[in-house]
Design a protein around this ligand. Structure first.
Ligand code: GLN
Length: 288
């Protein structure tokens, strides 16, 4: 009988040999093992030199086979952490990414005194294309008196987002609206969006985990990838934002210049651009 650690090491090698990026394979093998065992990291570190329990090998092999077919770990285990909260993830939603947390940071920076729970006029927020609901829900926890609208064109995604809102006890403060981009609404303080921004023609160059398992509707814009910025700038103008309001959007890796040009054309002002840990301009803060 093999120890858990030896089984995991062997599985990591199989994943790498099978095409999973070699810097991810060992970590993926470990996360999937902990998922099968129901062990947190501490328990894993303390117990991995023990022999694997009887049913482990067959259940683990089944998950390793799914990962070898390039299914993302988030979808196999069904959850991903974002802003310190655990979100349900399915094939109907984009897996929350760490760089998207920059939007939450910038929202807090933009409205530093709008967060006390007893504040009557909390900040009003719209999350356009909410997907898993990660942005709307993280913002609901950070702005306890905020009124929030979360939209998506995918009803399947909205169902996941609603379950995530219930999971975090903020479902009574988020209105989920099935619509294309912005709902009809009175002006708000803050619009956030991580829109689909990958040009269709780049699909072939994406990792199979993204291309084959994440929803097309969450990933792709038109051929230049700018379709949703154009629409946000055009439809999200002065009528949609209160004075002092902000629009905060995530950007594709090479889109900073073109999105800034587009913003200028629709008379938006770029106040700030945040880079992610890789130094990629990732989040743009705008006012109109
Ligand atoms: N708002 C969600 C996120 O940031 C989904 C975005 C999307 O599907 N394009 O992860």
């Amino acid at each position: 009988m093999a120890t858990v650690a030896a089984t995991v090491a062997a599985a990591g090698e199989r994943l790498a040999a099978g095409g999973v990026p070699s810097d991810e394979a060992p970590g993926d093998a470990e996360v999937l093992a902990r998922h099968v065992l129901g062990w947190d990291l501490t328990r894993y570190v303390l117990s991995r030199r023990e022999e694997a329990p009887p049913a482990f090998a067959s259940r683990y092999d089944a998950l390793i086979a799914r990962r070898l077919a390039r299914e993302p770990v988030s979808q196999i285990v069904g959850v991903r952490e974002f802003w310190g909260l655990e979100f349900e993830v399915t094939r109907d939603v984009l897996t929350p990414r760490p760089e998207t947390e920059l939007i939450v940071e910038e929202a807090i920076a933009a409205f530093p005194d709008r967060r006390p729970p007893d504040l009557v006029a909390g900040v009003s927020i719209v999350d356009v294309g909410t997907g898993s609901g990660c942005l709307a829900i993280a913002l609901a926890t950070e702005f306890p008196s905020a009124e929030i609208i979360a939209t998506d064109i995918s009803e399947a995604a909205l169902a996941v987002a609603q379950r995530n809102a219930r999971r975090h006890g903020v479902n009574n403060r988020i209105a989920f609206v099935h619509c294309d981009l912005l709902p009809s609404m009175p002006a708000v303080d803050l619009i956030v969006s991580n829109p689909p921004y990958i040009p269709r023609c780049d699909a072939a160059s994406l990792a199979p985990e993204v291309r084959d398992f994440e929803p097309d509707v969450a990933l792709f814009a038109d051929e230049d990838g700018l379709h949703f910025y154009r629409r946000l700038f055009e439809e999200g103008g002065r009528n949609q934002l209160r004075p002092g309001g902000r629009l905060i959007v995530e950007l594709g890796y090479d889109q900073r210049g073109r999105v800034a040009d587009l913003a200028a054309r629709y008379r938006w002002r770029v106040l700030k651009v945040r880079e992610d840990v890789q130094g990629i301009p990732r989040v743009m803060v705008l006012a109109c």
